[in-house]
Design a binder for this molecule. Sequence first.
Ligand SMILES: *[C@@H]1O[C@H](CO)[C@@H](O)[C@H](O)[C@H]1NC(C)=O
Ligand SMILES: *[C@@H]1O[C@H](CO)[C@@H](O)[C@H](O)[C@H]1NC(C)=O
Ligand SMILES: *[C@@H]1O[C@H](CO)[C@@H](O)[C@H](O)[C@H]1NC(C)=O
Ligand SMILES: *[C@@H]1O[C@H](CO)[C@@H](O)[C@H](O)[C@H]1NC(C)=O
Length: 486
Amino acid sequence: MTLTIAFIVLCAINNLESVTPQEFPDGFMFGVASSAYQVEGGWNVSDKGENIWDHLTHSHPDSIADQSTGDIACDSYHKYKEDVALLKDLGVHYYRFSLSWSRILPNGYANFINPDGIRYYNELIDELIKNQIKPMITLYHWDLPVTLQTLGGWTNPILADIFVDYANVAFSHFGDRVPYWITFNTDCRGYDGDIIPPAFNQSGIANYLCGHVTIQAHAKTYRLYQSKFKTSQKGEIGIVSMGVTWYDEQTNSNEDVEAAERVRQFELGYYTNPLMGNGDYPSVVKERVAYRSMHEGFPKSRLPEFTPEEKAYIKGAYDFIAINIYTANLVSDAPEADYKNVRYHNDVKAQFSLDPSWKNTSAPWLKVVPDSIRKILNWFKNQYNNPKIIISENGCADSEDFDDHNRVMFHQQYLSEVLKAINEDQVNVLAYTAWSLLDNFEWNDGYTQKFGLFHVNFSDPNRARTPKLSARMYKQIIANRKLHLL
Ligand SMILES: *[C@@H]1O[C@H](CO)[C@@H](O)[C@H](O)[C@H]1NC(C)=O
Ligand SMILES: *[C@@H]1O[C@H](CO)[C@@H](O)[C@H](O)[C@H]1NC(C)=O
Ligand SMILES: *[C@@H]1O[C@H](CO)[C@@H](O)[C@H](O)[C@H]1NC(C)=O
Ligand SMILES: *[C@@H]1O[C@H](CO)[C@@H](O)[C@H](O)[C@H]1NC(C)=O
């Protein structure tokens, strides 16, 4: 099999030999990503507390496509050395992974620090460093300790300070070896709908409270790092902007063009304008929520306000912006919805569709739209005066166990567009992160959707990992640092 794969890769490259390859700039970094709940397993070892994904998968198995859990997942809790060996073989410059909050602080609070949680991440970080791989650590990737959810989760303003306490523990124990921190893989959909935990289902209210507290938690964490750790640890801090989608107008009508930009401000600018813009939410978001709130009979806007002091510490609280990008949607304007229906979607006032010509993947939401990555990079460049950008996730769902040609093509096409954004549009892109290192627990899709460069045999108690064709392709791109544009 190894020979077959090598042969296919060589053929793919030879076919393109007529075109001049373009190089990635000096210092450009390649990485791969994972998140704690999706790969670690070890859900109940040595004092680890329960988080909201443990809770959901155990109490409502029907909300997961295959009724599975992350109890064992890829067993990276035990097999991290093997994971690092795969990373080493790929030649990646960094590994983006997340910390399990409830593994470090079992009840969410900083009064008890679990020694086994500290040991586990210290060993993972040390193993990475020993192999010349930089850790890029996400502090929060969706697995909130259940105790804190009971307090109302991210709708409760006290969570911002509780998060800062957790971040302080992480910086104190690990920060001496960590050059890149991502505070949040932001996502408040669990407060909007009834599927993703905590399934608050208070659209138009709870999701804005969640975002408001998340932004403040991020900003306070950034300020803490600057005052207490930056001088000695010299790391950089960013946040992932919500969403995985680029929004394009359906037609060139003024209504659709405006609707598409409105959606971008609601979905992308919502988190980044406070930090990278004027310290506040985008004006179209403020106007729309205030307008509908008034007609719905609310005494004031459902969108919370930042005080002047909050704006001052939020504005500028970032070193880089991180972007997860997979696909695109087409947007058209929607009629004003009935004021009886209080919903985020009605604030946005847009309809979404997919272009039937976009290539399918195994995930219904994920269509192959390579230029979406170039467009989103340019949008951030133009909105916020050319900030430093790390592409923190990009990847393809594909059901082939080993010969994942669709994924190979996906990464080559998207990376081509990244190169165009860098070389032709002068976007300040520092790094590209493939999602994901391993096939893993894909949230509500369980193990039914696979994104790994490495296959994981989930029927095997050893969770054997095997490189797919895409792992070999990625390794080659990292080694050559160039690509024939597609
Ligand atoms: C941990 O969970 C597993 C199921 O995943 C169970 O078999 C085991 O007994 C649990 N261990 C402890 C210490 O609770
Ligand atoms: C969530 O809210 C919507 C709209 O109010 C409602 O139709 C739906 O039944 C709710 N879901 C649950 C699980 O309560
Ligand atoms: C994607 O799948 C749908 C449904 O199976 C099919 O109708 C459509 O033609 C496919 N699109 C492409 C571009 O192949
Ligand atoms: C996965 O592991 C099981 C149990 O060890 C084995 O029977 C099966 O052949 C493996 N599948 C693959 C694709 O390697």
